[in-house]
Design a protein around this ligand. Structure first.
Ligand code: HEM
Ligand code: HEM
Length: 190
């Protein structure tokens, strides 16, 4: 098994990080929505918030590791094969997605840190995550909440485009880029 990326494909570390982050990030969108839809059930809402914050901190940690790993590894050949414009688009989309997996949880952390309620964040009931050193006020909380929500739903839209592009390239004859993100055996079996 190759741990590191090669110029032809993603290594095991990149693949595991990609799918773990993808799963957790996508799950966070309905979970975040539910924290707002359950305002009339405060006990349930509190539990959902704790899960949402915990999963968000997990995404943030994995995304930080992934960002470092991607700097220390070669980038496999472009997804869009021979098409330069497509390759540029894919590269830009990947960079933006990578930034969003950092920025969305960071802005969520900013909401929790600036909220006058000052509810402690216990990641998975295990680790007390300190608040960011920010001024506490209703206005600051509302500001970060707005940014968080826009970035989160914007990221959701970009993920739909990204996954559709991956599916499209996987079923084209020239070279399925999805192969670069799947385990080696599945690729050789084809
Ligand atoms: C992968 C990371 C995350 C994603 C994709 C995400 C996504 C979302 C979404 C979609 C909402 C619902 C907004 C709405 O419909 O009004 C939301 C709300 C919220 N999230 Fe996150 N979130 C993430 C991480 C975090 C983290 C790490 C925290 C805090 C430590 C956090 C705190 C909150 C809070 C406090 C709200 C309620 C905002 C409000 O007042 O409207 N989120 N999030
Ligand atoms: C069903 C969902 C998804 C599919 C099918 C998918 C598929 C892929 C594929 C095939 C690649 C490699 C493209 C290439 O060869 O250049 C890739 C790369 C990438 N994907 Fe996804 N993806 C999905 C979800 C996500 C999500 C939810 C995120 C982030 C929020 C994400 C972020 C990235 C990033 C940043 C890269 C660049 C390589 C890396 O740093 O890992 N993907 N994806």
């Amino acid at each position: 098994m190759r741990w590191r990326n090669t110029p032809a494909r993603y290594g095991a570390v990149s693949r595991v990080l990609h799918w773990a982050i993808a799963l957790a990030f996508v799950a966070q969108i309905p979970l975040g929505f539910l924290t707002q839809a359950t305002a009339d059930q405060p006990a349930l809402q509190f539990q959902l918030y704790q899960w949402h914050k915990s999963m968000g901190f997990l995404v943030l940690s994995l995304a930080a590791i992934r960002a470092l790993w991607s700097f220390a590894n070669p980038r496999p050949r472009d997804a869009a094969g021979p098409h330069r414009a497509g390759a540029m688009l894919a590269r830009t989309a990947h960079a933006v997605l990578l930034l969003l997996t950092l920025a969305v949880p960071l802005t969520g952390w900013a909401i929790a840190s600036t909220s006058p309620l000052q509810i402690p964040s216990f990641a998975f009931d295990l680790v007390l995550v300190p608040n960011l050193p920010m001024d506490v006020s209703d206005a600051a909380e509302a500001f970060w909440s707005n940014i968080h929500v826009w970035l989160a739903y914007g990221a959701g839209a970009l993920v739909v485009i990204h996954a559709s592009a991956a599916a499209y390239h996987a079923f084209r004859p020239h070279a399925g880029s999805l192969h670069g993100m799947l385990p080696q055996r599945r690729v050789q079996a084809r």
